[in-house]
Design a protein around this ligand. Structure first.
Ligand code: MRU
Length: 342
């Protein structure tokens, strides 16, 4: 990939403003943790693994100028900033996972001086970013054999490079297959209401030279019925211990369709997306977003001003509809509760 979704520069976090793609490729600078919180909320930076990396840098951003002198008081401040970042978006567990990792890292160094703890936290954030990139490549390598010459793959939302610090999760097997010279075709669901499929997945696959076609979400059934789609691969925001998986709203309907048409349905994700504390999808918190997102396309109103809107950002696909998980450690088949535990 010749873009970097996030970087630290001169005391600031720089991200690609994903709300502007594909029209404009511009960066957005977060100088304060409040600005970073806002960037997460409006989806300028998004995608579960990238939210984890962003949260880690956000934590460092929030404490870099803290002038507490004592370790314990400093840890209290770190926990306060972490709790604040946790209020940005509820579903992607990677955000919580990264913050908890940062806090634990600070705690285990509490005997050190505050400047030393700050330095350690900066390196931990850099490490989380580097690891994310490596995890993506491993997911890609394990998933690549699933992509056959001449394949036709459907994906939903964006679980690509833009959603990670590497080559993505769901799109990683496609990038590796492309590197190996395999020919295949991708259909990208546009992904209403915020169009991550048509704006982001189509943008990044197209610029990588991968054959991609955008469809409206409601066209997938028809393509499956015609026998065009051979497999589905998507990402996840949180995977429960039993294998139920939350992902962008509309994923569940794609999974139901895939089952009906006997098409394999794969979920690609790293270990940081698994939430062992959630026994099933029932316990996964689902973000509900502002209804205004459904009432306009650009500046054009597409619903009456005073209409009631329901806008959940994610849904849960029950594990019974999932063929396999593509992870950095290999492809996991049912029974998922046991495979995920290992
Ligand atoms: O609301 P978003 O754009 O953050 O939702 C993103 C998704 O649903 C992705 O599929 C998921 O985070 C996996 S990204 C590798």
């Amino acid at each position: 990939m010749n873009f970097e979704t996030i970087r630290w520069e001169n005391g600031k976090v720089i991200i690609i403003d994903q709300t502007k793609l594909p029209e404009k490729f511009i960066e957005r600078t977060c100088q304060t943790v409040e600005e970073l919180h806002d960037a997460i909320k409006v989806l300028a930076v998004r995608g579960a693994p990238l939210l984890g990396v962003t949260a880690a840098f956000g934590l460092y951003l929030g404490i870099q100028n803290c002038n507490q002198k004592k370790g314990e008081a400093f840890i209290g401040e770190i926990e306060r900033v972490a709790a604040y970042i946790k209020t940005s978006r509820p579903t992607a567990v990677n955000l919580f996972w990264a913050l908890e990792r940062m806090v634990a890292c600070a705690r285990s160094n509490v005997q050190k001086t505050v400047p030393e703890i700050k330095e350690i936290l900066f390196h931990e954030a850099e490490l989380i970013k580097r690891e994310d990139s490596e995890l993506c490549r491993s997911i890609g390598k394990h998933g690549e054999p699933l992509i056959e010459e001449g394949d036709v793959v459907l994906t939903h939302c964006n679980a690509g490079a833009l959603a990670t610090a590497g080559i993505g999760t769901a799109l990683a097997p496609l990038y590796i297959a492309h590197e190996k010279g395999k020919r295949f075709k991708v259909y990208a669901d546009e992904t209403r209401p915020l169009l991550q499929g048509s704006r982001l997945t189509a943008w990044e696959l197209n610029r990588s030279g991968i054959d991609v076609t955008v469809i409206c979400d409601n066209m997938a059934a028809s393509l499956m019925r015609k026998g065009i789609i051979k497999k589905v691969i998507v990402g996840a925001d949180r995977i429960a211990a039993n294998g139920d998986a939350a992902n962008k709203i509309g994923t569940y309907s794609v999974a139901v369709l895939a089952k009906y048409h006997t098409i394999s349905f794969y979920i690609a994700a790293p270990y940081s997306t698994v939430d062992a504390s959630c026994p099933s999808g029932e316990q996964i918190p689902i973000e509900e977003r502002n209804g205004e997102e459904l009432k306009k396309i650009g500046e054009r109103k597409i619903a009456p001003d005073d209409i009631t809107v329901y806008n959940p950002a994610f849904d849960v696909t029950p594990q019974t509809l999932i063929t396999a998980f593509v992870t950095e450690r290999g492809v996991l088949y049912p029974p998922f509760d046991q495979a995920l535990k290992k």
